[in-house]
Write a new protein. Structure first.
Length: 239
C-alpha cells in the first residue's frame, strides 16, 4: 500500500531539500517521489543529504506539470499553511494519514507540497480533494520542506500500521473517479455552462472555482460522476 503514496514536490528550488525529503520518506517506508518542474535537478548535495535514501532520489519521477504528477490518482491532498480566499475541505495531519492509508489500498494517492517560500498557488490547491495544515506554534510556525514531509509521512505510517493490526471484514468499496476523470468533468461542465449562457465568457467570475469546491466537498463516486456527465451531454443535445 505504501508504494501507492506519492510525495509530490512542486518547483523545489534547493536540491538539499530533495535529499532531506527522500530521507524523511524512506524512514517512514515511502519511496514514490515526484518532482514537478524542479528549478534545479537533483545533484550530489541531494544524494549527500538523503543519508542512505539515494535510491528514492535516483528513482524520482521528474515531470513538467502538476497534472502529470497527479495522473491516475484517486485522492490528492495539498499542504497549505495559510488561509485562502476560497475555503477548502481541511484535514488535520492525523486525518490526512488515515485518509491516505485507506485510499492507497486500492488506488494511488498524492500528497502535494509547494515551493519553499510561497507554497502552492490557489489554482494548484483547487486540484486537491483536501488541504492539510500542520498546527505549528502560531508564534513561530516556520517548518522547512523536509520537516513538513516528515510529519505527514509519519502520520501515513501510523495509519498504515493501525490498518495492518486491525482485522476488517472484506467488502468491496465503491470506487472514486481518478483525477483525470474529474478534470474532464470540470471541462465538460464549464463548456455546457458557457453554451447555456450561465457563465459569460467575458466575466466568468468564481463560478467554476465554487463549483469545484462543491463537488470536492461532495466527492462523487465514479458512477455518480458518470450520471453527471450524462446529464451534461443531454443538455448539450437539446441545444
Amino acid at each position: 500500500m505504501l508504494h501507492n503514496i506519492r510525495i509530490v514536490l512542486v518547483e523545489t528550488s534547493h536540491t538539499g531539500n530533495m535529499g532531506s525529503t527522500a530521507r524523511a520518506m524512506k524512514t517512514m517506508g515511502l519511496s514514490n517521489l515526484y518532482l514537478v518542474n524542479p528549478l534545479v535537478k537533483p545533484d550530489s548535495q541531494a544524494i549527500s543529504l538523503s543519508a542512505g535514501a539515494s535510491d528514492v532520489i535516483g528513482n524520482a519521477t521528474i515531470v513538467d506539470t502538476l497534472d502529470e504528477a497527479l495522473a491516475g490518482c484517486s485522492l490528492v491532498i495539498g499542504t497549505s499553511a495559510r488561509s485562502r480566499t476560497l475555503p477548502w475541505p481541511m484535514l488535520e495531519p492525523r486525518e490526512c494519514g488515515e485518509h491516505s492509508a485507506r485510499e492507497a489500498e486500492s488506488a494511488p494517492v498524492a500528497l502535494v507540497f509547494g515551493r519553499e517560500r510561497v507554497g502552492l498557488t490557489n489554482e494548484e490547491l483547487q486540484k486537491c480533494n483536501y488541504h492539510v495544515a500542520i498546527p505549528a506554534n502560531p508564534e513561530y510556525s516556520s517548518l522547512n520542506l523536509a520537516m513538513a514531509v516528515q510529519i505527514i509521512a509519519y502520520e501515513v505510517r501510523v495509519a498504515w500500521l493501525e490498518r495492518q493490526k486491525a482485522v476488517q471484514p472484506h467488502y468491496e468499496e465503491t470506487p472514486y473517479p481518478l483525477v483525470d476523470d474529474l478534470e474532464r468533468f470540470y471541462q465538460h461542465l464549464e463548456e455546457v455552462l458557457l453554451e447555456t449562457g450561465f457563465i459569460r465568457q467575458a466575466h466568468p467570475g468564481q463560478v467554476m472555482s465554487k463549483l469545484r469546491r462543491l463537488f470536492t466537498r461532495a466527492r462523487p463516486e465514479s458512477q455518480e460522476l458518470n450520471i453527471l456527465r450524462g446529464i451534461l451531454t443531454s443538455i448539450s443535445a437539446k441545444k
